[in-house]
Design a protein around this ligand. Structure first.
Ligand code: NAD
Length: 494
């Protein structure tokens, strides 16, 4: 089949057309068992197309093809500089098609077109270029031993890697994954989220155009319970890199443990604390707190969803944060003034509404918001809860929507204890003008990222990942290369 959509919007005009099959061995093919899923526009809940979805049999085929490509036309057969050139070319092609890619992302996810264009697509391009640079620079070590031996290490590609990504930032997650995997010489079987299958399909022809040998990148749309599960269990996949929920991460590790003990890295959920001390620069704190929780409509793993505000600044912060939240424009993602579009799906809409209900039932106070916005699509008002207690579900669990809980605190020790009172440990933020306080607290927080006087903004050359149940391993930066390489030690007896 083919997907075709005519965009006639204030921010993007043009038609996007591409095949909707499975992308295996450099070609679009039909799944072994004929099946499709609907693609839904979250702005109005209308079906805008269908894409093919695979099954475990298609995974078998793709893994075989990827193994073949690894052995014959990729892996150790291609010089690092050549891999770098291809990644750079792919980045150039994304840049040439950036407006269309952004439009597809805005359509499928429901995010503002300007955000998709400036944050998502530019971030993707930067990520591919960053890893293009690493392609010929990831060297091992030389080690002299006491036994008069010389040893050296090689960073070898793992082989066929499986990559499973979520719907909140489809292309960003794809590039965080394929960038380091291709730079280090692996071949890939990637499954996009069934909620947002479009942009990955559009990328397939760019992969061919860039000049990748057939079978190096294979993309199979499908359900988590079938394609995702088959990948996690597959004996021919040596590694799974996953981004998504903690529940699914657990299933993937179980599948890996039951089968070939494949290496697993996980980027999971969060309930990140955002700590605002009395001496914070208030306008900055308000601006960033809003970005922390409302960016991507709260559908960000690093969202600053627990906002801790010190007693002395609390009233003033709440006044300004409330005004800021109420001034955000909700609407069509393609209107230039839109800040916040719809949530991604009916499922997510219901899930967030259930959390809002549970907060009310548990006795928290809806300070603002708490309801649907408009009459169609999956829009939810920016929502702030106060009067929260630590045992409430809205304080403990990841809501993944534009819903903040604000908690007043008194002193440093108290807030560090509360901030760390969570099963998660993905990210955190601290607002203060006191450098000693900032660094002292930064070192006490159990999280993979601490942002000081900013938040919710990963950088391509800085590692990103979770403590505790937020994950295993790090993406981005040099650290991500370790997700996709096996270290081989060679001993030479002198
Ligand atoms: P999800 O876990 O439901 O789905 C993620 C992916 O896993 C999808 O492609 C899905 O099809 C697949 N999947 C589902 N069941 C599977 C199974 N049994 N085996 C294998 N694969 C399976 O998550 P989601 O709803 O798409 O995304 C939201 C979650 O992702 C949030 O919890 C969020 O925090 C997390 N997330 C984390 C990061 C990060 O970097 N830490 C980034 C983005 C999103």
């Amino acid at each position: 089949g083919t997907f075709s959509y005519k965009f006639d919007t204030p921010t993007f005009k043009g038609t996007s057309t591409f095949p909707t099959g499975l992308f295996i061995n450099g070609k679009f093919v039909d799944p072994v068992e004929d099946a499709t899923i609907d693609v839904i526009n979250p702005t109005n809940a209308k079906v805008i197309g269908k894409v093919a979805i695979g099954s475990s049999r298609d995974v078998d085929i793709a893994v075989k093809v990827a193994q073949d490509a690894f052995d014959k036309s990729w892996g150790l057969n291609v010089a690092g500089s050549e891999r770098g050139k291809l990644l750079w070319k792919l980045a150039d092609l994304m840049e040439q098609n950036a407006d269309e890619l952004a439009a597809l992302e805005a359509l499928d996810v429901g995010k503002a077109y300007s955000v998709a264009r400036n944050f998502d697509i530019n971030g993707c391009i930067a990520t591919l270029r960053y890893y293009a640079g690493w392609s010929d620079k990831d060297h091992g070590q030389t080690i002299e031993t006491d036994e008069n031996k010389l040893a050296y290490t090689r960073h070898e590609p793992i082989g066929v890697v499986g990559q499973i990504i979520p719907w909140n930032l489809p292309l960003v997650m794809m590039c965080w994954k394929i960038g380091p995997a291709l730079a280090t010489g692996n071949t890939i079987v990637l499954k996009p989220s069934e909620v947002t299958p479009l942009s990955a399909l559009r990328m397939c022809s760019l992969v061919n155009e860039a000049g990748y040998p057939a079978g190096v990148v294979n993309i199979i749309n499908g359900l988590g319970s079938t394609v995702g599960q088959a990948m996690s269990e597959h004996m021919g996949i040596e590694k799974i890199a996953f981004t998504g929920s903690t529940v699914t991460g657990r299933k993937i590790m179980e599948a890996a443990a039951r089968t070939n003990l494949k290496n697993v890295t996980l980027e999971l959920g969060g309930k990140s604390p955002n700590i605002i001390f009395d001496d914070a620069e208030i306008e900055q704190a308000v601006k960033w707190a809003a970005h922390g929780i409302y960016f991507n409509h709260g559908q960000a793993c690093a969202a600053g969803s627990r906002i801790f505000v010190q007693a002395g600044i609390y009233d003033e912060f709440m006044k300004r944060f409330t005004a800021h939240s109420q001034a955000l424009t909700l609407g069509d993602p393609f209107e230039p003034t839109t800040y916040q579009g719809p949530q991604v799906s009916q499922t997510q809409f219901d899930r967030i509404m259930n959390y809002i209900d549970s907060g009310k039932k548990d006795g928290a106070k809806v300070h603002i918001g708490g309801g649907r916005h408009g009459s169609e699509g999956y829009f939810i008002q920016p929502t702030i809860f106060t009067n929260c207690r630590p045992e409430m579900k809205i304080v403990k669990e990841e809501i993944f929507g534009p819903v903040a809980v604000v908690i007043k605190f008194t002193d440093e020790e108290d807030v560090v204890r509360q901030a760390n009172d969570t099963a998660y440990g993905l990210a955190s933020a601290i607002f203060t003008q006191n450098i000693n306080l900032a660094l002292r607290v930064a070192h006490k927080i159990q999280a993979g990222t601490v942002w000081i006087n900013c938040t919710n903004f990963p950088e391509v050359n800085v590692p990103f990942g979770g403590y505790k149940q937020s994950g295993i391993g790090r993406e981005l930066g040099e650290y991500a290369l370790r997700n996709y390489t096996a270290v081989k030690a060679v001993h030479v007896n002198l």
